[in-house]
Design a protein around this ligand. Sequence first.
Ligand code: HEC
Length: 168
Amino acid sequence: MKPMRLTPLAFGLLVSLASLASPLLVGCSAAEVGTSDGGAGGTSFDAVYNDVLKPKCAGCHAYGAVGYRAGETETSLDFSSVERAFATLKGKSAGMSGNFGGCNGIAFVVPGDASKSLLVAAVEQATRKAFSSGTCTADAVSPMEAKVAISGANAKQIKDWVNAGAAR
Ligand code: HEC
């Protein structure tokens, strides 16, 4: 085998490429923590946040975010950071008006029981159709799963996190 030789110019180029790429690589590996297993085991809250809540939901559910109707902001959930997302979900209930008022006061998350968690009912059709808690039934739950592109794997990730105790 011939030893590989680098001209000083090529070497310099490689070094600068490597230093350019390294911050990107660091960002990548952090983002991939939750996605590497396709969501099946990524059920820590950080994984749920990075894989689902941040990319798929924070565009509307964050203070100042634009809702899906022009000019509308949906602020009862704040997914603008992982800390805020956790605080906004745990021990909190919905405060909706209009068509979705039937779900006022219903917990977003009931640790250990996805079938009673409004968050899960919003992202998974099967849970939503079977949802029943006082006046909060299938028709009163806002069907986020029908309105935004959320995959079955991502919905399952949220569900598994809730069923595992919804810890952080
Ligand atoms: C395009 C904007 C938009 C996106 C993206 C979005 N939502 Fe919503 N969401 C809304 C609006 C607006 C409402 C208010 C009810 C309605 O009009 O459906 C709502 C209502 C909800 C509710 C009902 C309870 C409440 O008080 O807000 C839940 C739970 C919810 N969304 C979760 C999610 C989750 C989880 C995601 C990500 C998978 C998501 N949403 C993505 C706009 C959005």
